[in-house]
Each structure stands twice: as structure tokens, then as C-alpha cells.
Design a protein. Structure first.
Length: 144
């Protein structure tokens, strides 16, 4: 959540406009309104996979929270984005454990981004009563 706030503050300057005095125009400047930046051009906030866009990660993050819920049963939770066709699952692989006042849990994630299919392993932690999980130690899955 904090990363999203920092990104929002950084992008806030992009929407700033300066008023023109009177009806004067600046030579060489296009004054036609422009469209917004395409969603796929935005950097993803996910460290889970570089194959996910912002909306994919939003959907995946909701599934991650459900899968890793310390009160949950540790079942596999699936997510998908019908707009992009990307989908995946989170599989908790251990019981929740405490780290520096946070609740953490290890997981394996399967990501299907069409041609790019990945399996990663890692852990995520959440602080106190928040529902936000922070990814840690995400790397390609290595079966032992």
C-alpha cells in the first residue's frame, strides 16, 4: 500500500498544468488533449512476476491474502483476469509464523501468462490487523 502511495505521489506531477496568459500560444506546443498512459505501459507493483500488469497483480494480491490468511485452512486459492487471460494460484506450504511482530507464511505460486508460465516460491508477511501482505524472498521454485 505504501508503494502505491509513493507511486501516486510521483505521478501526481504528471497531471500538473500551468495556465497560459490570455489567449497566447506557445510555438511548437501541441495544445490538444492527450490520452492517459496505457495500463500495460505502467510499471507493475508486483515482485511476484514481471509478466503481471497492475490489474493482474491487484487480483493476484487478493487471492494471496485469502490463501495466506493465518485463520484459514491453507487451501489453494486461484485468481484470474479475463481481460488479459492471465491467471494463477497460491498454495500455502507451511503454517503461519511470527517475524518481528508480523505474521508470515510461505507459499508457492503458479502463474500462467499465456506463453510465459512460471512457478515461484516465497513468503509474505503482514503487520498487525492489516490485510496487506508484503512479498519476501520470491524466487523461481526449486523442487527439493
Amino acid at each position: 500500500m505504501a508503494l502505491a502511495a509513493v507511486c501516486a505521489l510521483g505521478l501526481a506531477g504528471c497531471s500538473m498544468s500551468l495556465p497560459l496568459v490570455g489567449s497566447a500560444s506557445v510555438a511548437g506546443v501541441d495544445h490538444e488533449p492527450t490520452g492517459s498512459i496505457a495500463k500495460t505501459a505502467l510499471a507493475t507493483t508486483s515482485t511476484l512476476s514481471h509478466n503481471l500488469d497492475v490489474e493482474d497483480w491487484r487480483r493476484a494480491r487478493a487471492a494471496l491474502g485469502t490463501a495466506l490468511d493465518p485463520q484459514g485452512n491453507g487451501a489453494t486459492v486461484a485468481w484470474d483476469n479475463p481481460q488479459t487471460g492471465r491467471k494463477g494460484t497460491f498454495i500455502p506450504v507451511a503454517a503461519p509464523y511470527p517475524v518481528d511482530g508480523q505474521v508470515c507464511r510461505a507459499f508457492i505460486a503458479r502463474i500462467d501468462a499465456g506463453e510465459a508460465k512460471e512457478i515461484v516460491q516465497g513468503s509474505a508477511c503482514r503487520t498487525g490487523g492489516t490485510d496487506d501482505w508484503t512479498l519476501r524472498d520470491v524466487k523461481p521454485f526449486r523442487q527439493s
